[in-house]
Design a protein around this ligand. Structure first.
Ligand code: ARG
Length: 258
């Protein structure tokens, strides 16, 4: 290669590198065990609907998104400790959490459901699970629901670090039912070979105080400028069709809800 070409290439590379570094980093905490929202590809990359969406929103905000992994049950304390600037992790907006953090506008709204083994005769209601084991991810809205309704009806509530861990126990017969996000249970488990013997039970959970108002991005209270910048970029991707384009890659229904 001629020297002058080499110099041109080095020059171009430097310009690109400087531009990327110029964008102020936006650090986003996530528990990447929640397919298809945030999970890992076989080669360990964090991928998913919310990751693609965050990248589109960051492009609007002219920020460089950096994803920081966090175990779910420590994710709010880590936000408070400034390990990242926001949480994007399928987090349900509840009044209880609003005492600690502030939320963006809505990201998704997905119902909760129960999964059981085919022909188990369990309809998923608290009464049907009396004396049975019900699994949930620790520190979630569904865990609060299970404590209030299933434990009260005489079920034993089993808490797991991640939904992935709960799927292993369900497949091994160590737990009778799991409660969680309909889409994550469907795409992260039921649609896979190990999920074949299981199905959704008909019972539908209702308790808005516990189950909240859909999901949002959590930020530290007082980060009002960040929240309004994020919300306005979210609005842009909703209006310009980017949200829908990304959602269509993952879902055949509307995850945004009404
Ligand atoms: N929606 C539930 C909650 O907010 C569970 C979300 C879990 N998300 C995750 N990425 N593990 O409590």
């Amino acid at each position: 290669m001629q020297l002058k070409h080499l110099i041109t290439i080095i020059g171009l590379t430097c310009t690109v590198a400087v531009q990327a570094a110029d964008l102020k980093e936006l650090r986003i905490g996530t528990d990447a065990t929640y397919e298809p929202f945030e999970f890992k590809s076989p080669d360990g990359k964090i991928i998913g609907f919310e990751i693609d969406l965050a990248n589109a929103i960051c492009a609007e905000m002219k920020r460089n998104c950096v994803f920081v992994e966090s175990p779910w049950d420590g994710i709010i304390p880590s936000l408070m400790a400034k390990k990242f600037d926001m949480i994007l992790s399928g987090m349900t907006v509840t009044d209880e959490r609003r005492k600690t953090v502030s939320f963006s506008d809505k990201i998704t709204d997905i119902p909760y459901r129960v999964i059981v083994k085919h022909a188990s005769g369990l309809d998923g209601s608290p009464a049907s699970l009396k004396g049975k084991k019900v699994g949930v991810q620790k520190a979630t809205t569904e865990a609060n629901f299970a404590d209030k309704y299933y434990a009260k009806a005489g079920a034993t509530v089993m808490r797991y670090e991640s939904t992935q861990d709960s799927y292993l126990d369900l497949a091994a017969g160590r737990v009778d039912a799991l409660v969680g996000n309909l889409v994550e249970m469907k795409m992260g488990f039921l649609a896979k070979p190990e999920g074949k013997p299981f199905e959704f039970a008909p019972y539908e959970m209702k308790d808005q105080v516990i189950l909240g108002y859909g999901t949002g991005v959590a930020m530290r209270k007082g980060d009002d400028e960040l929240r309004s910048e994020f919300n306005s970029a979210l609005k842009t991707v909703r209006v310009n069709g980017s949200y829908k384009k990304i959602a269509d890659k993952y879902f055949d229904f509307d995850v945004y809800g009404k």
